[in-house]
Design a protein around this ligand. Sequence first.
Ligand code: PEP
Ligand code: MG
Length: 544
Amino acid sequence: MIRFKGKGVYGAVAIGTVSVFKRQEASVRRTHVDDPAAELARVEQAKAQAIEQLSEIYEKALREVGETHAQIFEIHMMMLEDDDYNESIENIINTQSVNAEYAVALTSDNFSEMFASMDDAYMQARAADVKDISNRLIACLSGGGGEQSEQPDKMVVCADDLAPSETVSLDKERVLAFVTAFGSSNSHTAILARNMNIPAVISAGEEFLAQAKDGMKIIVDGHTGELILDPDEETERSYIEKQKSDAEKKALLQQLKGKPNVTKDGREIKIYANIGGVDGIGGVLANDAGGIGLFRSEFLYLESEDYPTEEQQFSAYKKVLESMAGKKVIIRTMDIGADKQIDYFNLDKEENPALGLRALRICLTRPEIFHTQLRALYRASVYGELGIMFPMIISVSEVEECIAMCDKVKKELTDEGIPFSDKVELGIMIETPAAAVISDRLAPLVDFFSVGTNDLTQYTLACDRQNAKLERFVDTHHEAVLRLIEMAAKNAHEHGAWIGICGELAADTSLTETFLRMGIDELSVSAPFVLPVRQAVRNTDLSK
Ligand code: PEP
Ligand code: MG
């Protein structure tokens, strides 16, 4: 029995058989060719075949993991058409009179090294994508398909790393879990694993890969990141017990579907879910959330190559509102900046981006962006129960500017004869200490508050939320943060506004009673936490 520890990216225990991922890496030899034009024609043919394969993978991903995550394969198709990439292959063939496979492999090495050496983490991650598309192209040139051929049943796939296309190509029915020696928790592969509901552990280390052999028994604990090769009977039994208790907990939670979020002494609270895009709606409905408490609309911008148009935004908001069939949907205006940077916004590099031009500050500086988003939101409002929420508020005048912009948009739509709902609620995020402290002045202006505890904690404790080294200094239950939330709750209610929490703390069930005692009206959490929070609410007795 050998134990290893990686990082769990999707919780659950799997007990299965190791299947070491065999990549059909074409070994490429450099050969001289007399007819470069014929090689160029071979490249074109292989490219067409690769694009056809990718479009099939895209369709499969669309069905299994949703549009947001399938988009990577559209990007792969675009990368195959990229001018620089193709010119490089062409130049190598023409100037060196070499075979197409070699020209693709050399281009792949050059481009992936270039991406890997960039500062930006997003661009670094593109190195794997260049390798992925190039391997596919080489496989097509060599007459291969580029996919894994042999897949035993109920396997735990163990690999150095898995490219997104490799992850999606695996037969979901037969894969019990993924384990990779390398990888980061924000890689597309980790995200895909979560969306495919497959337990996954990453960063298991090279030694793990050296020891894992086909056919070995393996236990994967996606909660803790523990990996056990060749477990003894007692260990296996203890993990079978863990699987059983996981299943029981899950089944118990399922029984809470359809039940009210009400404490033992009769106080009711709303439990909503947070989403980042239209493809999150499935999880919201499956987990019986009462509404959407935070739609992070910036993901529409992050997934786009250019500013999303009014039409594109309108169709996304309309779809969410229609799917929620009359349940509340709170859409936050875009929160770009800080850790969510977008090239086409052409923002200046800042010393302290978390304290910089972010979210509403961009909207108020560049009103045309704000205007487009608000028009799309109001036009969509007739399809459901919309709330519009403004992030990063610090002052009364900002809220007044937001309201004035909404009034301008409503007047325009009226003049154009375009319908919108007159029941749209306006709210603000309480995610800066300033907003919490002056919440008595802000509450009369809006219908609701929603506390963003992620930023409220970072700004109150002066601890960058992106900096892992600060973990020991960040007390998520810090009295200062809790007092600010309590202050905002009191001020909201005194001025007729309701208050929710949409930061990660909303899902911390050790605080559910505290929040209920503060009078919080709504908790908005990631979809898998809706039922655990419902359970915590139902176990609370405020009369004691
Ligand atoms: C927050 O700050 O708590 C929040 C919900 O917003 P985000 O995490 O998107 O900054
Ligand atoms: Mg925030």
